[in-house]
Design a binder for this molecule. Structure first.
Ligand code: PMP
Length: 356
């Protein structure tokens, strides 16, 4: 090993690394299993073609047209000034940490939650505090508030619906956190489009909460993970603040054009959401009928207790049957993405063999 002068706080850490294995059934990164529909492929192709001659020029640094289209999609009276976009919601969250946290500041999250939140905190030199969820993966308002009082974080991460557990937060918890937090509150809503009916978005409480930021992505419901487009909605002052840390021209002209074309065909892209929810609910009910403990899901994935208390054995056995799921490091639990009916069948059949 070459001894490089890596920062002390990064030494010995592992990078984010969901396995990218070439197996028949890939249900480990909560992608949308449905390929981009032909009409959208064609529209994106045309939009990219139209950009090519101008690639000698830098793209629109402020991505105005794209932000307008995203604001229109979100509704809730939001405008271009309330929305900011970047290469995935990971980059959005990194920018938020850079501008509102960083060295000498603290971010608080409630794990198990999205594994990138602590990694992004460390990468930006932010002290990470783990607030922990309860045994059943719930988050009570009193616990969240007590953690905030104890640590006075500059930034709080909430994740709703929560990855990897799947369940959306009670709006009362978000309200209590907003009341108690001395700094910024990020609600990561990467899976919002899959929530069960009656689950409100934190977008509803943006008016009157200038320190609330809701992050979203086109990677999941839109089936646009390869396009890398994430965004936030917040008070326009938050969007202005993020300008201090964003790289100039961070969103390429090709990304902006492809995302705009995808948004203008959003009905076709989002048409898979209902079918995916059906598969998610089928996974939950079949596994429960077989006697397994399964978390409630408002997302496009399901967290389930494995028959064998060592989840690594079950993960390997599923992989041996051509089904890749996610070991999120929770002893006795695995996470499976809801995809097509055929993928659900393959997963459920492989699970049946594990029971024997
Ligand atoms: N937030 C959550 C909760 C996620 O699960 C993911 C993707 N796994 C992301 C954010 C990041 O998605 P992207 O960078 O593709 O927008």
């Amino acid at each position: 090993m070459i001894d490089l002068p890596i920062r002390d706080d990064l030494r010995g850490l592992s990078p984010y690394g969901a396995p990218q294995l070439d197996v028949p059934v890939r249900l480990n990164t909560n992608e949308n299993s449905y390929p981009v529909p032909d009409e959208v492929v064609e529209a994106i192709g045309k939009a990219l073609q139209a950009e090519l001659r101008d690639l000698n020029r830098y793209p629109d640094r402020d991505a105005i047209a794209l932000r307008g289209a995203l604001a229109e999609y979100l509704g809730h009276g939001l405008t271009t000034a309330h929305v900011w976009a970047a290469n995935g919601s990971n980059e959005i969250q990194q920018q938020l940490l850079q501008v509102f946290a960083g060295p000498g500041r603290t971010a608080l999250g409630f794990t198990p939650a999205y594994s990138m939140h602590p990694l992004l905190a460390v990468g930006t030199g932010t002290r990470w505090v783990d607030g922990r969820r309860d045994e059943g993966f719930g988050l009570a308002a009193e616990h969240a508030v007590a953690q905030i009082r104890e640590h006075a974080p500059d930034l709080v991460f909430l994740c709703s619906p929560n990855n990897p557990t799947g369940t959306a937060l009670d709006p009362a918890v978000i309200a209590a956190v907003l009341d108690a937090a001395p700094g910024m509150v990020i609600v990561d809503e990467a899976y919002a489009e899959f929530a069960r009916p009656g689950t409100p978005s934190a977008l509803e409480v943006l008016p009157g909460h200038p320190r609330l930021v809701v992050t979203r992505t086109m990677s999941k419901a839109f089936g646009f993970a390869g396009g890398r487009l994430g965004y936030l909605a917040a008070h326009p002052a938050v969007v202005d603040a993020v300008q201090l840390v964003r790289l100039p021209y961070h969103l390429s002209a090709l990304t902006q054009a492809a995302a705009r074309a995808a948004l203008s065909h959003r009905a076709a892209l989002l048409s898979t959401v209902e079918a995916i929810k059906v598969e998610r609910d089928r996974i939950v009910s079949v596994l429960r009928d077989r006697g397994l403990t399964v978390a409630e899901s408002d997302a496009n994935f399901v967290l389930f207790a494995t028959p064998d208390p060592d989840q690594k054995t079950a993960w390997r056995a599923l992989l041996d049957r051509g089904v890749l799921v996610r070991d999120v490091g929770l002893p006795g639990w695995l996470r499976v993405t809801a995809g097509t009916p055929d993928e659900t069948d393959a997963f459920l059949n492989a699970m049946k063999e594990l029971d024997r």
